[in-house]
Design a protein around this ligand. Structure first.
Ligand code: ZN
Length: 190
């Protein structure tokens, strides 16, 4: 749904065809917690975006899809998971970020096969993905998990009540690293 919002109905259909996932055209997976959507399919879609729009264009689409995914995810599952912006409003900024990141890591760890571990230093958070659906089975020269970066950008925007933070993938399993690591600078962009 998030990708359809970004690409339009025709665009998403072209991407699904190119990903050899034409069975999903007009038949998206249901919105539930069943583990029925393969990591390899998500990864194939990311590859198709780059094939179709070029590395830069594909990255842009993946980032925007990630941001839209967070919004859809929050709308669909936020109430069920018991998370609202009220919970964050009164916390100091660092607490907002820390509480939010830990909450979302927990959601991935509990409801998907993606494994996330958070590391914190005085000025940064590191979101380490140890089993990553976005680049599953891929080999690349640089980081390719732009979808995950987009999701985190929007999650941080939401928990902080409208601030933007530098978010960048610095290591990627597709490059032969052990984790896909996304670095988050705690100081918001002015
Ligand atoms: Zn990855």
């Amino acid at each position: 749904m998030a990708m359809e919002e970004v690409l339009g109905r025709n665009g998403i259909n072209v991407v699904l065809n190119l990903s050899e996932l034409s069975r999903l055209i007009n038949s998206y997976p249901p919105n539930n917690f069943d583990l029925q959507f393969n990591f390899s399919d998500l990864s194939k879609i990311q590859t198709a975006l780059e094939d179709l729009y070029g590395p830069l264009g594909g990255r842009g689409v993946a980032l925007r899809s990630g941001r839209a995914s967070f919004k859809y995810g929050l709308r669909e599952f936020g109430p069920l998971l018991g998370i609202t912006d009220l919970a964050f409003r009164l916390l100091p900024l660092n607490e907002k970020l820390s509480t939010g990141l830990n909450f979302f890591a927990d959601v991935f760890n509990r409801f998907s096969d993606q494994r996330v571990r958070i590391e914190e230093t005085p000025d940064r958070f590191y979101w380490h993905i140890e089993c990553c659906p976005v680049c599953w089975g891929r080999h690349a020269d640089g980081p390719v998990c732009h979808l995950a970066v987009g999701i985190l950008q929007e999650a941080l925007f939401w928990v902080s009540g409208g601030k933007h933070f530098p978010v960048e993938e610095t290591h990627c399993i597709a490059q032969g690293e052990l984790t896909c690591t996304i670095e988050i600078v705690k100081k918001p962009v002015e």
